[in-house]
Design a protein around this ligand. Structure first.
Ligand SMILES: *Cc1c(COP(=O)(O)O)cnc(C)c1O
Length: 353
């Protein structure tokens, strides 16, 4: 059945095990981020079997799916007031930046008689979530006294909104803050979380401050890439996920629509260059499943022309392969397309051992 997303579990196992070895060698705890695959248990099991020590997701629904995997779970997105009870039920840790939310977590933790671990997020320049460093000192005493709340660590998220690259300066600041908090409040922090796949390159270059003891990795594991510069990690696989779509129309047609041009299906007024007659294929997948800009045909001679909600249009004019109706075209994927394909119930998920 198509469209199908092929998930190569051996490649994911390999990527995870190599990253895990690097983490062990550098005294780092590996938190595997499951949001791109919507908390799929089979994939999560593979990551855990190959060295992931924590599972982390931004959505509590995904952590709920993972509840039978017996390792600690982290909620990555700051908890909504409307989901506090489920956060206590399904997450052992949550990332936080609002005292009011932490008070609510404490109340819910008391209701459920369960300890909840807090990782305070610091904003070190990226301007997404986090407490400003100047405000953290006044916050700590208020958190330390809360029933069933354990202050387990501090963390940072970079390269997400502002595109700020992690380096020895901003992560050095995180490390210094951790050291000072431990001294001044006489506490020990279990987790100093130095960011996501954009921090990976600092391990490779030996520049990750030694106080940082964990990273939260999604893309590095799934696509074998660090994301500060987009470089491959060692010989990890980039193609553990492949999309297959079937051709439902194949015709020689013009390249410039005929008639008066109004808005397309998405309210944009399109423009076209006349490139003569093209060999055009329509595939049964569309923007409801994935953005055409995030798909790379494995046959390099195929050009993606565009898509509407349910149709993806290709130019096959330059292909050496002679395609026919019903043939399956393969695409390699980036993080964005993996994310949206997993979210589409119309895309069949197929595991390859
Ligand atoms: C998504 C997310 C990550 C993982 O990011 P990758 O770039 O996939 O490694 C880490 N931390 C937080 C807070 C996130 O939201």
């Amino acid at each position: 059945m198509y469209p199908s997303l092929n998930i190569n579990l051996s490649k994911l196992a390999y990527n995870t095990s190599i990253i895990s070895e690097i983490f062990v060698a550098n005294n780092l705890k590996l938190m595997a981020v499951t949001k791109a695959f919507c908390g799929d248990c089979i994939i999560a099991d593979t990551l855990v079997a190959n060295g992931a020590e924590y599972l982390a997701d931004s959505r509590i629904e995904n952590l709920a799916k993972l509840k039978n995997i017996p390792i600690p779970k982290l909620l990555l997105r700051l908890p909504m007031k409307s989901e506090i009870e489920s956060v206590i039920s399904f997450a052992d840790y949550s990332l936080n930046s609002e005292l009011e939310t932490i008070y609510m977590l404490s109340e819910a933790a008391v209701n459920q008689d369960k300890v909840h671990n807090i990782i305070l997020m610091l904003d070190l320049g990226d301007l997404r979530e986090g407490i400003l460093p100047k405000d953290i000192y006044s916050l700590i005493p208020k958190i330390l006294n809360l029933p069933l709340i354990k202050l387990s660590g501090i963390g940072v998220n970079l390269t997400c909104y502002g595109g700020v690259i992690p380096d020895e300066i901003n992560l050095g600041e995180l490390a210094d803050i951790a050291t000072r908090l431990e001294q001044d409040f006489n506490i020990s922090l279990e987790i100093i979380s130095g960011g996501n796949s954009s921090s990976f390159y600092l391990i490779e270059s030996g520049k990750l401050p030694s106080k940082i003891n964990s990273l939260r990795l999604g893309e590095s594991i799934l696509l074998g890439r660090e994301t500060a510069y987009g470089n491959n990690i060692l010989n990890l696989y980039n193609d553990a996920f492949i999309l297959n779509c079937q051709i439902v129309e194949l015709k020689e047609k013009g390249s410039k629509p005929k008639g008066k041009i109004g808005m397309d299906a998405f309210g944009n007024i399109p423009t076209f260059e006349d490139r003569g007659i093209l060999s055009r294929a329509i595939l049964a997948i569309g923007r409801q499943d994935v953005s055409p800009d995030d798909l790379t045909p494995i046959d390099k001679d195929i050009e993606v022309l565009g898509a509407s909600s349910d149709h993806l249009i290709l130019n096959l004019s330059n292909c050496k392969t002679k395609y026919k109706l019903g043939d399956v075209i393969e695409f390699s994927l980036n993080y964005g397309s993996i994310l949206s394909l997993f979210t589409s119930p119309y895309v069949k998920k197929q595991y390859i051992k």
